[in-house]
Design a protein. Sequence first.
Length: 889
Amino acid sequence: MSSLKERNVAAKQTTASRDVEWVPSICNFCSTVCNVRIGVKEVNGKKTAVKIEGNPNSPLNRGKTCARGQAGLKQTYDEGRLTTPLIRVEGSKRGEWNFRPASWEEATNYFMQKMQENQVQPWEMAMVGGWTSCVFYMPLALAFAFTMQMPNIVAAPMQQCVTAGHLGNDFVTGNFNFHDEVLADFENAKYIIFSATNSGVAAASTSRLVRFAEAKKRGAKVVVLDPRMSELAAKADEWLPIKPGTDSAFFLAMIHVILRNKLYDLDFVRDHTNMSFLAVEHQGMVVPMMENDEKGNPTAFWVIDEITGEVRKLPGYNNTNTVDVDGKKLVPALEVPKGFEMNGQKPKTIFQYMLEQTAKFTPAWAEQETDIPAATIEKIAIEFGQTRPSLIDPGWHGARYGNMINTRRLQSIVQALVGGIDTTGGWLMSGEYREKLLHFVKNMKEGKPTPILGLPGMNFPLTAAGKFFDPASWQHGHPSFAMAHSMAEKAAGRQGVVMPAFSDYGLEEAIDGKLQYNGQPYKIKAILMNAANPVRHYYPESRWKKMLSSPNLGILAVIDIVPSDTAAYADVIFPNQNYIERDEPFIYGAGPSTDHAITTRFSAVESSADLKGTADILFGFAQAFGATDALVQTISELNGMNLQDLQEQIGKAVKGQQTYTKALRNVSFKHHSKNLGMSPEKLEQTLREKGVLIVETADKMREHATLLKDLPVPTPSGRIEIYSLYLAGFTMQQGPSDTWNPGFVYIPPQVNQAKKPDEFNFIYGKVPTVSYASTNSNNPILMALSKVKEDEFMGLWINTQKATLLNIKTGDTVTVENLVSGQKAQIKAFVTEMVRPDTVFMSSSWGSENPLLKNAAGVGTAINKLIPYQVEPLVSAFRSQEFTVRVTK
Ligand code: SF4
């Protein structure tokens, strides 16, 4: 029985919690988009947010949050928050915090005046920041760019973080997602391998962590490849301190072992991948035998039927190889009969080419590259291949080496070899993705177009980026500056970037006035920045400070919540509502939830009257440009929303009868309620009560929409592409590359061996308390938590043996010098056994400088003081660890 004291405490808690109203929202402190609820209470007569908890109805984070999610509360009441629009004081320099308060009208007029003074043409303006690729604002940001005829979006941190890693997976699976790639079904997997990640579980994603905890409870075997003992590696059964950047050698050896021991899932690889397709060698490249339509889409492939030995023609875009173009069943063979010839050629299957190309990648070879004993590699490959279900974490951050696309692609191939795509205990696709794919395939069969934002997987980025690259998409005939820069580089005989999608590639040249397109200067004179802090988080710091200080940049407008290091460079600042204060303008899919679920944010507390939501700020600009009607039209086209509804609701906003956010939200509720067969009021009530509405459970969806069993995936062939048709296409366009290949090659990291005692490989990563730009903004709770482990979280990890040799102790200030670029930074040392002797590690989230950030300024060292501008040639992803450093005391 409980004591009287305990009962009194419980009674008080119940009374206290009765006073709390819970408002559903979505966490904004990392890209996992956990469903949360905000506890709101009357404090001194004012509704005040007092607690953040995970939303128990969430199929994603299942009622849990991480420390960062809970600490997000403090952002609303941050003393340093921007509270009113600010205009730079005449004569002050960018970088100095010297602003005068202004009204919204004055600030908008100032922005427009600078645009006119500098005669900024539509292609001379760029939108910068994660909002442009963010699920919450992309429907609006893309529409704004198209309406304003602005072909320039720098959607960082894609280039600094996810693009390369995700694309490596996506070239195999056809998937694509700006946030979490797929939901790894840890809780049902028996064997789990992690490579080049800590963030997936230990430092970023609650949705992953809740599932990983179940896996650990059930005794799944966990193997972690990491040069340092990360938080995740500390939970592994086997920590393999791999040589930095060599993970793809490990995966090639796994493929070698799995193929030769026939540990692959025969039915899956034969029926749902392109391993059985016939191919020939052409100009040194393996090319599948296929027919294409006039747009280059494959319309037929060939295989051999194992039962009859006949050559059979398969349909182009399809989910299975078991039925030919005439509807006849077959069993595709993985190998051709001896002496097989067709049309005077001697084709082999992709499987046979794969066997040949991976022959040299033995575990003994991989030991030389990775420093992991051959016997260990062989043992892990066999265990992984023999255990079902087994799973490789899809990873997160990719922008570290030029070989990351190849690395993530090879790990996806290992996952496909064991049949673990969209299966229990493997990689599960989100309900939203499945839903989009269903619509897309239905539209395709009916010959109907799908709106851009409804395109599933790789169809979306390729279509969207293609518009930005294509001069014909724009009335003024200019492609994005990044594509213009790529063209200029190629014309000058240098290597350009094939798809510099939404990246800052060429921005410096465009601001400096050095970029030419069609014989004319292609300048960037204006930047509109939101949800971005490039001075602190993009690479390198010196480049961004120089670009943003340039007199050629006529106007820098920044939308922000706190006075970031970048806001200090603005000419005009527009203060933003934060996620606790705002209603979202749209309804969204609930992240990578495997249920098909929808969600949105509800405003939990009122913001000051001088703060606005991003939708209202953008419509304010559209109004100033006289483009409101055109923006409404584009939103309708991109999102498939009813134009009349949009016109009616936005019309009310124009008259000041409601906010633009509210107008969009009303249309979004109507749009979704129609699809769901319920009234907008009922939909709102349900989302207000639950925060998440499950439209169809994962189990139900998988009965009719399992990838490959029921649906093709968005690869060119519709199958899992072990041999990549995307990469084959790029090779045909651009010639052979040393960073991608459609087949099976090893691409070593471009890092010199650290030879001298004071030379090291450089790696960085996340810590659990402060991991993203949003979390290091100025949060007092996260800062206090981080200081408990200050040495470990903020210091330079250096191995004990090497530190002793260099007479370095924990807490000593050391200088780190980049041996490629000469960049230098000072940082305190953390001496530990938990990192390889040839490698140093630092956390990626420190070093704020603006003194108005009272909790964050001057704490730790920023990695962008050390990382130079080095990008790979496929998508201009950063090669942010591709150098060595010297460490001196
Ligand atoms: S993992 Fe943490 S910070 Fe990220 S969305 Fe979830 S609660 Fe927020």
